[in-house]
Design a protein around this ligand. Structure first.
Ligand code: GLN
Length: 459
């Protein structure tokens, strides 16, 4: 029997043989994973059904989110074998609602990447075309969300676009919440001032359901916002909403992508919204500022992986100094991109360069934030392409320089720097999916979900 039904059908249905369902999901996950490497580790679902709002639902968890007793390595070889003795707050939340962990999804090491090719454990492949990337860094989450032939929701993470990018490339929905709305307790840090946990699903309703479960204040996270848990609705439409279209977000964008996004904006207009063109002039500085801030924070975060506390250990030889020991473990455990970012980030923080780079980047961040604030005085939400391109082939990714790689994030980085919520929704039914990026002011997730639901209906 097949189980290709929606999450809500699954949760409402009373006549599913759960034992049969679990056997199907386990076999199907292993089959998909052997071909497409969505998971860093696959967990066997158990037949005991739990109660709750997610009763029995398989949920995949990005590898950088700690799961008790299950390897949580953030896609890095340096954390190989690390099994946390605790669950992240979001993981406790989904378990309390009766879901089961399907597995830990493959990702770029510590979130460092846009195509998931920087994983320490094989590269996830796009289920729509295995010669292409799923996107990154939550590539495994995007891939399994698109490929699953059973109800499923993913928990992913974004620092500078890692939920939106794979959602766009795999043709699924990805929600990056307001910074601080979802607890980061138990998230393996990339850059603390930027990291957000958020859901990915096949539909806007799926991500709304998951947000209702994971959002809300957590005393274990000092940056958690004092928000109550609530039910996020997707109903209500977009009549009377004003959509801002930032003109800078359509520069250097693939023609097919910008066409699909514009077509959808026009359809949203027919559904009762209006649009205005606006300008966000600091967009061109956001990418450089992001890569300075993100690598500066990452370089300090990675200092704790020295081969003593977590994951990879090597043998301490007689006569070997600690520095030699650390260097050996870190040389073996970190991939090339992690090493590059340690060097970049350390350089940006060095005395003598700090004012020139790091402090300047923080000023640009404030500019970006203020421009969004100003924009939201004129419009209810912003609409733009999520990524400037559709999912590229691995053979083309190989040809990119590190800088060209970073430039792919030009559209996702500004809202991530500002910490505003964003939703990527598929907006084209062509061969390769195109994502529309909806962005709103702080804590306006519900507005995004309502608009996303309209995009889903008109596309
Ligand atoms: N591609 C971006 C980077 O490499 C964003 C990654 C992320 O959001 N984790 O930093």
């Amino acid at each position: 029997m097949g189980y290709n039904i929606s999450v809500s059908e699954f949760l409402e249905s009373r006549d599913i043989d759960y034992g049969d369902f679990v056997a199907y999901v386990n076999a199907e996950t292993r089959r998909l994973n052997s071909k497409l490497f969505f998971f860093q580790s696959v967990c066997e679902l158990k037949t005991v059904e739990q109660n709750g709002k997610l009763s029995g639902l398989p949920v995949s968890v990005k590898d950088c989110i700690c799961t008790k007793g299950i390897q949580s390595s953030a896609g890095s070889a340096i954390l190989e074998g690390y099994k946390p003795p605790f669950d992240a707050t979001v993981v406790s939340a989904i378990k309390n609602e009766g879901s089961q962990i399907l597995g830990k999804t493959n990702q770029d090491e510590f979130g460092f990447g846009t195509f998931s090719v920087n994983s320490g454990y094989g590269v996830p492949k796009n289920p729509l075309d295995p010669e292409r990337t799923c996107g990154g860094s939550s590539g495994g989450a995007g891939g399994i969300t698109a490929a699953a032939t059973f109800p499923h929701i993913a928990l992913a993470e974004s620092t500078g676009g890692s939920i939106s990018c794979p959602a766009s490339f795999c043709g699924v929905v990805g929600l990056t919440p307001t910074y601080g709305l979802v607890s980061r307790y138990g998230l393996i840090d990339y850059a603390n001032s930027l990291d957000k946990i958020g859901p990915m699903g096949k539909t806007v309703d799926d991500v709304a359901l998951m947000l209702s479960i994971i959002a809300g204040y957590d005393e274990m996270d000092s940056t958690s916002l004092p928000e109550k848990q609530k039910h996020y609705s997707t109903e209500g439409g977009i009549k009377g909403m004003v959509i801002g279209v930032p003109k800078e977000y359509f520069e250097n964008v693939d023609e097919q992508v910008s066409k699909s996004v514009w077509n959808t904006i026009k359809k949203m207009e027919s559904a009762g919204a209006s649009y205005v063109e606006i300008s966000l002039p600091s967009t061109k500085y956001a990418l450089s500022a992001y890569y300075i801030i993100a690598t500066a924070e990452a370089s300090t975060n990675l200092a704790r992986y020295c081969g003593l506390r977590y994951g990879l250990h090597s043998e301490l030889k007689e006569g070997q100094s600690f520095n030699e020991y650390y260097a050996k473990t870190r040389s073996a455990g970190f991939g090339e991109e992690a090493k590059r970012r340690i060097i970049l980030g350390t350089f940006a923080r060095m005395s003598g360069y700090r004012d020139q780079y790091y402090m300047k980047a923080l000023k640009v961040r404030t500019l970006v934030i203020n421009e969004f604030k100003k924009a939201f005085k004129k419009c209810d939400l912003l609409a733009a392409p999520t990524m400037p391109i559709t999912a590229p082939k691995f053979s083309d990714i190989q040809k990119l320089t590190p800088l060209e790689n970073y430039q792919m994030d030009v559209l996702t980085v500004p809202p991530n720097l500002a910490g505003i919520p964003m939703l990527s929704v598929p907006c084209s039914s062509g061969k390769l999916p195109v994502g529309m990026h909806l962005m709103a002011d702080y804590l306006q997730e519900e507005r995004l979900l309502k608009a996303g639901k309209v995009v889903e209906a008109v596309k």
